[in-house]
Ligand binder design. Structure first.
Ligand code: ADP
Ligand code: ADP
Length: 230
């Protein structure tokens, strides 16, 4: 199944910056895709559009089977809450509450009762190998552990798509590696994941890399097979 389908996507910001130029991108269920490229090449803009946080100026965007242009902003927020999980470089955990309660935040708009949200949060912490840290608050966790909590929060609702913006950017290389291993494991279990990274060591180990330059896709590489986009 296709989870992401972008066709001819262009994004112009006010002020005349063209951040994306005629981008075509399909992502199939279970793929782990790196979005790479220099600063200013359009990576964040692409992630925002794929995450339905922003709409393209032209072109079509299909996420989890929905045509984004056909949805109102309100319907789009509902789609996002149900189908997309986000992970950020700086974790964005809520301070002062436990890891488990942080993960349960990912189900806040699910309509599930609190006890069920907490039960599922405990399960998600187990999936990321942090069952024994459920009661710890963010300041009692290492950077790598915080990012794993953030990943648990992003996947607790079983989203169709997980988007991560520089998830290893704030971590030392050992913690970064364990976070990338976790993303690989989630991918192997069927999750569809797009990761922005400027770390070439991280990027080189991803099964697929999409490279942007000046808003255009200049390379789309799967494993060792190189298909160059003209
Ligand atoms: P990257 O994530 O690769 O650094 P971005 O997607 O953030 O690239 O930016 C692509 C281009 O769009 C840059 O030239 C940037 O300055 C511009 N840009 C990004 N966001 C905005 C915005 N909200 N308004 C105007 N220009 C923007
Ligand atoms: P990792 O490399 O696995 O991300 P670290 O080596 O940084 O973790 O941390 C080792 C242990 O120290 C962890 O189990 C974590 O719970 C604990 N720890 C890290 N930072 C703190 C802190 N600020 N307060 C209490 N415990 C901490």
């Amino acid at each position: 199944t296709r989870v992401v389908g972008l066709t001819g996507v262009t994004k112009e910001y006010a002020g005349g910056v063209t951040a994306l130029r005629d981008v075509d991108l399909d992502i199939e269920q279970g793929e782990l895709v790196g979005i790479v490229g220099p600063s200013g090449s359009g990576k964040s803009t692409l992630l925002h559009i794929v995450g339905t946080l922003d709409r393209p100026t032209s072109g079509s965007v299909e996420i989890a089977g929905f045509d984004v242009a056909a949805l109102s902003d309100r319907e789009l927020s509902a789609l996002r809450a149900r189908h997309v999980g986000f992970v950020f470089q700086a974790f964005h955990l809520v301070p002062g509450i436990s890891a488990q309660d942080n993960v349960a935040e990912g189900l806040l708009y699910s309509g599930l009762p609190r006890a069920e949200r907490r039960r599922r949060a405990a399960e998600a912490l187990e999936r990321v190998g942090l069952a024994d840290r459920a009661r710890h608050r963010p300041h009692e966790l290492s950077g790598g552990q915080k990012q794993r909590v953030a990943i648990a929060r992003a996947v607790v609702g079983d989203p169709e798509l997980l988007l991560a913006d520089e998830p290893t950017g704030a971590l030392d290389s050992a913690s970064g590696e364990s976070v990338m291993e976790l993303l690989h494991d989630l991918g192997a279990a069927g999750a569809t994941i797009a990761v922005i990274t400027h770390d070439t060591e991280v990027a080189d180990r991803l099964p697929r890399r999409v490279r942007l330059r000046d808003g255009a896709v200049v390379e789309d590489v799967r494993e060792d097979v190189r298909e160059r986009v003209p």
